[in-house]
Ligand binder design. Structure first.
Ligand code: URA
Length: 204
């Protein structure tokens, strides 16, 4: 039996998996994706970091704050999008996931993509960009570009995006990151005034 099939929650949640011995040792839990199962935008990161491993949710550390701020700016509240990772367990010392680890977790990601069926998949950083596009990606120059990719037999629009942490290391990347997140919102048909925050300002 293919044990990379998700084990519950209608194709979204993995409750147990022991395919990657190094990750089984380093994780304290499996970090599944969060957000609506019918979200229009699906963000895909690399792997959980320390904070994500502790809290059991993707992008809740510093990178998550950068992402949340930008989502809010473009009218995409975090609660309305789905956020997941290529690999669901924290790699030791936050190293990149290996090719085998990415492959071991691929079935879970594909099942999540199938189930959510988003308007756009946004890859956050080099690892998810290359994993889903199946080629090398120069994220800094390609951020904002959309490519149609066949994933588990279905063509999907994939929007290449910088990792939010890139803006922490290099402030000059902030505008490119902001523009790419705005593009994701535009593809999903969301404008800044669609969200509670900005439109409600007019009420006061
Ligand atoms: N970086 C990632 O790629 N994923 C997370 O969940 C957090 C940080």
């Amino acid at each position: 039996m293919d044990d990379t099939r998700p084990q519950n929650m209608e194709g979204l949640c993995v409750s147990d998996c022991r395919r990657c011995p190094a990750l089984v040792d380093s994780r304290s839990r499996i970090v599944n994706g969060t957000g609506p199962s019918d979200a229009d935008v699906l963000f895909v990161g690399e792997a959980p970091g320390g904070q994500e491993d502790a809290e059991g949710e993707p992008f809740v550390g510093r990178s998550g704050s950068v992402l949340d701020d930008q989502l809010r700016t473009v009218g995409l509240e975090r609660e309305t999008v789905r956020i997941t990772n290529c690999v669901r367990c924290r790699p030791p010392e936050n190293r990149d996931p290996t090719t085998d680890e990415l492959e071991n977790c691929r079935g879970y990601l594909e099942a999540e993509i199938d189930r959510v069926d988003p308007d756009v998949i946004v890859t956050l950083g080099k690892v998810p960009g290359e994993h889903l596009l199946g080629r090398s990606v120069a994220v800094t120059s390609e951020t904002g570009s959309v490519e149609e990719v066949r994933i588990a037999g279905t063509p999907r629009p994939v929007l290449v995006c910088l990792h939010p942490a890139a803006t922490l290391y290099d402030r000059s990347q902030e505008s490119a990151f902001a523009e790419t997140i705005a593009e994701a919102a535009a593809i999903a048909g969301v404008s800044p005034t669609d969200s509670g925050g900005q439109s409600r300002l007019g009420e006061y």
